[in-house]
Design a protein around this ligand. Structure first.
Ligand code: DAH
Length: 369
């Protein structure tokens, strides 16, 4: 007959030695499982005489209960130890310094655009935008570029493949096509997906990306322009000159700016002019309002009667001025960036150096930069 106390001692020893939950479960199966040692003993009760059963029954059942309790106790112990180990391993050291937070910067072009828009908004200009993918009519024809005129080639246009209607769209070479869209809308010829309320008098600025197949230190295939358009009954060249002079002084944040207008030719204005800013470019940095250099910053003029007519406005009733300035170039001048190509190279070190804090929103009332 099996010696119960010897069996109990043996099982208790294995329970105490079980190093983990898997080992403990193996002990449980070997003792209390279907054909475990204690289960086998329980099965022998059926074949015993009633007297014998009365004596052995409580002993074997007692053994089963105590072994069950010992296993449960050891299980709780092992589980607690396992949890302790995990907590120790996964501990977070709150005294460690936090990893540096990566802070975004506002690109100088966007900052400069916001500065320009803030200045013009303060002068009473509204805002309009148009599509980057344009058609020949808006980019050239309506703007009085004669068909086959070399000026079309001068713009180094990126043409798109012919579409299903045999039409070749293009990436706009300037923001001037949006003038056309604004005037067409003013004439009621276009749905109002452009800025609302543009019936003459018109006073808008039009910021946007433009594209030309060109690349050197002062040219990139994509760059930014800000177009201006003012149409009313008695607007003349003097208004253009004052507006641009006033803008330039506010933009460069000095009264010392000296500007000069040079006669020029654009198909869409007559007369046309280019405006230069006096500056000193000796010694690396650019100083505005002194020196003997003149930097061209914009083109402008009186909107050509043909353009007004092409947009459905009667040139005997309406007249006005337009201008287009290079946003990135003005940014280079104001903030001293030597190479235009760096602006769009996507180097985070460049942006960390030249970029702006998102909290530095330009406000003409409190200072722009
Ligand atoms: N569209 C011209 C360019 O990209 C700039 C320009 C000149 C715009 C004269 C105008 C303007 O509105 O009147 O070179």
């Amino acid at each position: 007959m099996t010696d119960l106390s010897q069996l109990e001692a043996e099982i208790s020893g294995r329970v105490a030695q079980a190093a983990d939950l898997a080992a403990l479960d193996a002990v449980r199966v070997s003792a209390l499982g279907k054909s475990g040692s204690i289960s086998e003993l329980l099965k022998t009760l059926g074949a015993m005489s009633p007297d014998e059963r009365r004596e052995r029954g409580p002993q074997i059942n007692g053994l089963r209960d105590r072994v069950g309790q010992a296993i449960a106790a050891r299980k709780a112990e092992l589980e607690a130890a396992e949890l302790d180990a995990r907590l120790a391993a996964e501990r977070v050291d709150l005294s460690l310094p936090a990893p540096p937070a990566r802070r975004g910067r506002v690109h100088p072009t966007m900052q400069v655009m916001d500065e320009m828009i803030a200045i013009f908004a303060d002068m009473g200009f509204g805002l309009a935008e148009g599509p980057d993918i344009e058609d020949d009519f808006h980019n050239f024809t309506a703007l009085n570029f004669p068909p086959k005129h070399p000026a079309r080639e001068m713009h180094d246009t990126f043409w798109l493949p012919e579409d299903a209607n045999g039409e070749r769209k293009l990436l706009r070479t300037h923001t001037s096509p949006v003038q056309v869209r604004v005037m067409q809308q003013a004439n009621g010829k276009l749905p109002s997906w452009i800025a609302a309320g543009q019936a003459p008098p018109i006073r808008v600025v039009i910021p946007g990306r433009v594209y030309r197949s060109d690349s050197d230190a002062t040219h990139t295939p994509m760059f930014h322009q800000l177009e201006g358009l003012v149409i009313d009954r008695t607007i003349h060249m003097g208004h253009l000159k004052w507006t641009l002079d006033a803008f330039t002084r506010r933009f460069f944040e000095t009264e010392a700016v000296v500007t000069r207008f040079r006669p020029h030719h654009f198909p869409f204005t007559e007369p046309s002019a280019e405006m230069d800013v006096q500056c000193d470019r000796s010694g690396g940095a650019v100083k505005i309002g002194e020196g003997s250099d003149w930097l061209e910053i914009l083109g402008g003029g009186m909107v050509h009667p043909n353009v007004l007519r092409n947009c459905g406005l009667d040139p005997d009733e309406w007249q006005g001025f337009a201008f287009g300035l290079g946003v990135d170039r003005l940014g280079m001048l104001k903030y001293g960036m030597p190479d235009l190509r760096d602006m769009f190279a996507g180097d985070p070190r460049w942006l960390a150096h030249y970029g702006f804090s998102a909290f530095a929103a330009p406000n003409p009332a409190t200072g722009l930069s």
